[in-house]
Design a protein around this ligand. Structure first.
Ligand code: ADP
Length: 421
């Protein structure tokens, strides 16, 4: 740190000496001794200046050799900080994750060794180059071009295609951004094993269950009335198991990353089917209403969307007591369209909302089982919506009812924008 030494009164001294010389000149002229008076005045001025220079030198010496406590503290702190900075930089450089620091314009300011290995960045030529320019042709190109606002999971590493990366872009410092790329190949392999296992088990269970179900249908409770309640219970349970297996297979299919079947999803017939299904499930116990506020259709998989919407409808029927009201609404939003299922049912306490879409997560297990639930319905809804780049919004008030909304972006709409009345 540079310290400055002030010289208070220096200007005043110069003015005083100038004034003194002038006065001495005038006085000398008055008494006829101009040269003598001026010489004397000059001598006095030289002495004064020498004294000032000496005092200045002493001040500088004092500052250099006896630093004040604050100056010393600042010096130590600055040293400590620069050491910490050096450690941090070496730690970041040694990270197994790719880390790239970008400036406000998206140009590469700094990157670590893993970025060279995983992303193919080169030192020093890539410093200062816009990242998008450098990686446009790579697997990360579309993500970067779309602004990298959401994390990107399971993408081949640009420089090591056999490895899978999880990418995230976060704000950093002032107008800077930090891009992190994590090698998640092992995690993805485990995930694949899990998916295959669930799919295989479900598939293997399907055939024996169909056989058991078939035989149970053949049993006539009338022939052995004492076994009638047992047979009825066995039928209910075998049907439930069958439904769980079907839901697990549906989830496995949704997880396989197979390309989405892109087709015209005509909403009018789909909504009519959903209403019919709700009426059939309700057996007249609820007031069911369909509000079709737009004629907009969707673009996506008819089968998947039907499955997701009917899960929401069936939940509304199952978790709404008799005489309750269920409303299905299809409407335009500012930037897309929304399918909503509203009910006046039991509602869900707020602390459960965040976990509802997890597999087998239930607010009340007994209520779910009693109404034939598998605990997989909302998981299916979430997966289907993800595949359609749509979102699930859940609002609920215990004792008042729930509202489940599926929000679709404008790219999923088939008809031109037409504002509803
Ligand atoms: P389930 O087959 O058990 O209904 P879901 O995944 O469809 O499984 O739903 C998970 C849980 O969310 C349910 O067990 C239930 O507790 C709660 N839930 C879902 N929909 C509603 C609703 N409309 N009203 C109240 N609770 C609901």
């Amino acid at each position: 740190m540079k310290r400055t030494v002030s010289a208070p009164g220096f200007t005043t001294t110069v003015i005083a000496i100038g004034g003194g010389l002038l006065l001495a000149g005038l006085l000398g002229a008055a008494i006829g001794q101009t040269l003598l008076c001026l010489t004397l005045a000059a001598l006095i001025a030289i002495i004064v200046l020498l004294v000032r220079v000496y005092r200045l030198a002493v001040t500088v010496e004092n500052n250099r050799f006896i630093p004040d406590a604050r100056y010393e503290r600042l010096r130590m702190r600055s040293r400590r900080l620069s050491l910490q900075l050096r450690d941090l930089r070496s730690a970041a450089a040694a990270l197994p994750d790719a880390a790239v620091l970008l400036d406000g314009e998206g140009r590469i300011r700094w990157f670590n060794h893993a970025s060279e290995d995983l992303l193919g960045l080169r030192r020093p030529q890539d410093r200062g180059v816009p990242l998008i320019e450098r990686l446009r042709e790579s697997t990360l190109g579309p993500w970067l071009e779309s602004g990298a606002r959401e994390p990107l999971n399971d993408v081949p590493a640009p420089n090591r295609p056999a490895l899978r990366l999880g990418m995230v872009m976060m704000p950093f410092g002032q107008h800077q951004r930090l891009m992190l790329g994590r090698d998640i190949s092992d995690l993805m392999r485990l995930e694949q094993v899990r998916q295959d296992f669930v799919a295989n088990v479900s598939h293997e269970l399907r055939t024996p269950l169909t056989v058991i179900h078939g035989y149970l249908e053949l049993l006539d409770p009338g022939e052995q009335p004492e076994l009638a309640p047992v047979i009825a219970e066995m039928r209910v349970q075998s049907e439930r198991m069958g439904q769980i297996v079907e839901d697990l297979l549906m989830l496995s299919r949704l997880e396989t990353h197979q390309p989405l079947q892109e087709e015209h999803v005509a909403m009018r017939p789909l909504l009519a089917t959903l209403r019919k299904e709700a009426l059939a499930l309700s057996h007249g116990r609820h007031h069911i209403e369909l509000q079709e506020r737009t004629e907009t259709d969707l673009y996506g998989s008819v089968r998947e969307l039907h499955s997701a919407f009917s899960n929401l409808v069936s939940n509304a029927v199952r978790y709404t007591p008799t005489q309750g009201r269920i409303t299905l609404i299809w409407e335009r939003t500012e930037d897309g369209a929304r399918f909503t299922v509203e009910d006046t049912g039991y509602g869900i306490p707020a602390n459960h909302l965040a976990r509802l879409t997890e597999r087998f997560y239930r607010v009340s297990s007994s209520r779910s089982r009693d109404t034939g639930g598998t605990g997989l319905g909302l998981s299916i809804v979430k997966h289907v919506l993800n595949r359609h780049q749509a979102q699930l919004h859940i609002e609920s008030e215990p004792g008042q009812g729930s509202r489940f909304s599926c929000l679709f972006g404008s790219m999923r709409l088939l008809k031109p924008v037409r504002m509803d009345a």
